[in-house]
Design a protein around this ligand. Structure first.
Ligand code: C5P
Length: 417
């Protein structure tokens, strides 16, 4: 797990209550720590029956708190554990959150260290319920959750699925990666893109020749999905328009799935009419077959000639509409090149009327399609060229978002906002 800027050096207080999914929260504690957060774990007495405090201590590198009357370990700034931990925290995550703990929180009961902290904390709280189907659907629990929501407590889940009891239904804790996504969302909510609408396209497009064959490219969607996450980390409202990929949607993004270039074009034009930013990361196919057979084309020894037609230039269409509408404020294109990378990219930037272009040499080792890493050069309209070293696609995304953030106020003021 890479370091995550929005979590780096942040104090996350992780409250664990008594439920079998406490074992999955060990993974969350580990991921948060690897991401660079300082994780202090507080367990209820029941939680310690499922997972030993030592497990969390080993994963986080910090002492685990279980007792309201214990004096804090070294390093805590104040003399009383509940005040010290609560004041230190940037976020209190309660996972799993049992029906019992939710009920206590809703009525302000403070009879153990965790519920006391929940009352003392002034930071945001994220509750991650996990319980039996009947307990979650019970009117008492539903009313408690509604009270907490109304007071500003964030909720992640619960999900539907198979429970430890063997029953199916709603009450299952959401997976650690999803909890992490919710944590990023809460921590980034006041970021530099708060209140901004960002549209990101990702993945390949696919043009069907017949019901079973298509023309496409090897784009995995990773760079676009990482960009959507980086924009979410800065508090943006993100629409992620994706071609066919196997990636899961970052928490908080509104995803629209498309297949063909024309579908992507229609969706991008519709969603960017009043957006602040378009990040056109998708590897849009340049051609589609003139005819699409309704039945599978029969093989023949004579081979097969396919007549191809150009797909619409999506980013070009958005940029020309902007000349009259002013939206989106910032348009970022991507250039996959195999030679004269910066020259070709600059040419594309000017020709398509973009604000930034992110160029990569798809022939470079570790860069481009499907790779986990990327090596890009960011070119702007003032001939600024930022050459980045080989980085993870998540890190590349953070730098691109910084460039976008730097451009926004300038463009806002130029259009009278
Ligand atoms: O000209 P080229 O295809 O290399 O331009 C790449 C950039 O243009 C990318 O941002 C890509 O998403 C976008 N594009 C587009 N419509 C197309 C083809 C590419 O918007 N039909």
């Amino acid at each position: 797990m890479d370091s995550i800027t929005v979590l780096r050096e942040k104090n996350i207080l992780l409250g664990v209550t008594g439920g079998i999914s406490a074992y999955k929260v060990c993974t969350l504690a580990s991921h948060l720590t690897q991401a660079g957060a300082i994780v202090n774990v507080v367990m209820t007495e029941a939680a310690t029956r499922f997972v030993a405090p030592l497990t969390y201590q080993a994963l986080t590198g910090h002492p685990v708190y279980t007792d309201l009357f214990t004096t804090p370990g070294e390093g805590l700034p104040t003399h009383i554990a509940h005040v010290g931990l609560a004041h230190l925290a940037d976020l209190l995550v309660i996972a799993p959150a049992s029906a019992n703990t939710l009920a206590k929180m809703a009525s302000g009961v403070a009879d153990n260290l965790l519920t006391t902290l929940a009352l003392a904390a002034r930071c945001p709280i994220l509750a991650v319920p996990a319980m039996d189907v009947g307990m979650w659907s019970h009117p008492a629990t539903q009313a408690n959750a509604a009270i907490l929501r109304e007071r500003g407590v964030h909720f992640a889940g619960p999900a539907r699925g198979r429970m430890a009891s063997g029953l199916e239904g709603e009450g299952r804790m959401v997976e650690p990666d999803v909890i992490l996504g919710h944590i990023r969302r809460v921590m980034g909510s006041a970021g530099a893109l708060a209140g901004r609408r960002v549209v990101v396209t990702a993945g390949p497009t696919r043009e069907m020749l017949d019901p079973v064959r298509f023309i496409s490219n090897p784009s995995s969607g990773r760079q676009g999905f990482a960009l959507a996450q980086a924009a979410l980390d800065q508090g943006a409202d993100v629409t992620l328009i994706s071609g066919p990929t196997v990636l899961s949607t970052p928490v908080g993004a509104e995803r629209v799935d498309v297949i063909s270039a024309q579908e992507m074009c229609d969706t991008v034009l519709a969603t960017t009419a009043d957006a602040d930013v378009l990040l056109m990361t998708a590897a849009v196919g340049d051609y589609y077959p003139a005819e699409r057979a309704t039945q599978k084309i029969k093989k023949s020894e004579a081979g097969l000639a396919i007549n191809l037609i150009r797909t619409p230039d999506i980013v070009g269409a958005v940029a020309s509409r902007r000349l009259t509408s002013g939206f989106p404020r910032v348009i970022v294109g991507f250039a996959a090149e195999s030679e004269r990378v910066v020259e070709n990219a600059r040419d594309k930037l000017l020709r398509k009327n973009l604000d930034l272009i992110v160029a990569n040499d798809v022939t470079a080792p570790g860069a481009g399609f499907a790779a986990e890493t990327n090596q890009v050069t960011i070119v702007d309209r003032r001939d600024g060229v930022t050459d980045l070293p080989l980085m993870s696609k998540a890190e590349v995304s953070e730098v691109i978002i910084q460039h976008v953030v730097a451009l926004l106020p300038e463009l806002d003021s130029s259009t009278g906002i």
